[in-house]
Design a protein around this ligand. Structure first.
Ligand SMILES: [Zn+2]
Length: 379
């Protein structure tokens, strides 16, 4: 509990807005001290692209195979005024522990640490890793840097993101795109005096709606509550006056894609469709990716980690609607399952909490997982 309170007390917000973005250095330094104390060898790895951001890798044991317990050290920003208590002070009330990141996902580290107090590290036959990353809530720079480094960690991985103790092996990919049309403004009384970007964007929307119908007809996965890929029209801004031809219009869209869909192919489809929609109008079109894109996750149901997680949790692995670092870990050669003590309903909300009753079951589950993979099984 002291560890949990210390992590909550340390703000580690990551944000696309540089005014809100903070270093996670103190967070990883705390974790480094605690894992060294448990007998792990610890590395703090600066992320080259982001000053003052770090990944932590702690390792016990050696050899092939191995289990990685992974979590992100950052949280989303918070509106302090909306909280009933200080978001940076772990507060117990009604059998719940409140604090920013309590569920998503600072709780994971103290739960792992408490579990490890009962594990005899001298008996490990396969290595056990703790991985703590930065910027999961924003750019995913930590996970990207790990993939780029070519590091090999364990064969199996568990990420303690909030899933209400249910195993998850699938999620959708996420991309967000901006489309901008530049025309020419002029007096509203004569259309020939300008090129109307707003009318052009109407054609782009119509084209993208038809394209969406086609990709939804071609892609379907009943494991997801929303079983098709989605395209949301999120914002549109353009023009300034009713009596002036709209010279400039900008729209943002969000797409959630099923596992197996190629992100770059989808981006190319959006761009091709939009360009065709305004072909011959004289409008200039520009595209920008708002985020680099989070790949979809699909860890094979037959992998050891998914099967063990299903057995320990007592239910089959499912699909969730949020993105995680799991596809990056899979790209590093791991098989990754997501399973954590918090609930996603509390994540990114004021008065975020972890129910106290979740802690013991999560510890039990992690203890059995470590024993099964790292102690009982020959690599
Ligand atoms: Zn999270």
């Amino acid at each position: 509990m002291d560890c949990f309170a210390a992590l909550i007390a340390q703000p580690s917000i990551s944000s696309f807005d540089p005014r809100l973005d903070l270093s996670n250095r103190t967070m990883v330094e705390l974790l480094a001290t605690w894992f060294e104390g448990l007998g792990f060898t610890v590395e703090l790895i600066p992320v080259q692209t982001e000053p003052a951001k770090f990944n932590l890798i702690a390792c016990a044991g050696s050899g092939p195979g191995g289990l990685v317990l992974a979590g992100h050290t950052d949280t989303v920003p918070c509106d302090v005024a909306a909280w009933r208590q200080d978001p940076f002070r772990l507060t117990e009330r009604d059998n719940k522990l409140y604090g920013l990141g309590a569920a998503d996902m600072k709780c994971f580290f103290p739960i792992v640490i408490d579990t490890l107090r009962d594990v005899d590290l001298t008996r490990l036959r396969q290595p056990l890793y703790m991985l703590a990353t930065c910027d999961e809530e924003s750019t995913m720079s930590g996970a990207r840097a790990l993939v780029a480094s070519g590091r090999q960690l364990g064969r199996s991985a568990l990420i303690g993101e909030p899933t209400g103790l249910k195993p998850v092996n699938r999620h959708k990919a996420i991309i967000m795109e901006k489309i901008r049309l530049i025309g020419r403004s002029g007096h509203a009384s004569d259309p020939a005096l300008g090129i109307n970007a707003l009318e052009g964007m109407h054609e782009v929307i119509t084209g993208l709606q038809q394209w969406r119908t086609a990709i939804q007809a071609a892609n379907h996965d009943p494991a997801f509550r929303v079983a098709v890929p989605t395209l949301n029209f999120g914002s549109i801004h353009g023009g300034d006056n009713p009596n002036r031809i709209c010279g400039d219009c900008e729209m943002t869209i969000d797409l959630r894609l099923l596992p197996g869909m190629d992100l770059e192919e989808v981006r190319a489809g959006i761009r091709r469709t939009s360009m065709q929609a305004v072909d011959g109008t004289g409008l200039t079109i520009e595209f920008e990716s708002i985020i680099p894109g989070i790949p979809a996750l699909h860890t094979d149901s037959e992998t050891e980690i998914v099967k063990i997680a299903e057995r320990l949790a007592g239910e089959p692995a499912g699909a969730v609607a949020f993105g995680t670092e799991a596809p990056y870990l899979n790209a590093m050669g791991m098989n990754t399952v997501i399973l954590g003590a918090g609930d996603i309903e509390q994540a990114h909300q004021a008065d975020e909490y972890l129910a106290l009753e979740r802690i013991k079951p999560m510890q039990g589950l992690l203890g059995k997982l470590i024993k099964h993979i790292c102690i009982d099984t020959q690599p």
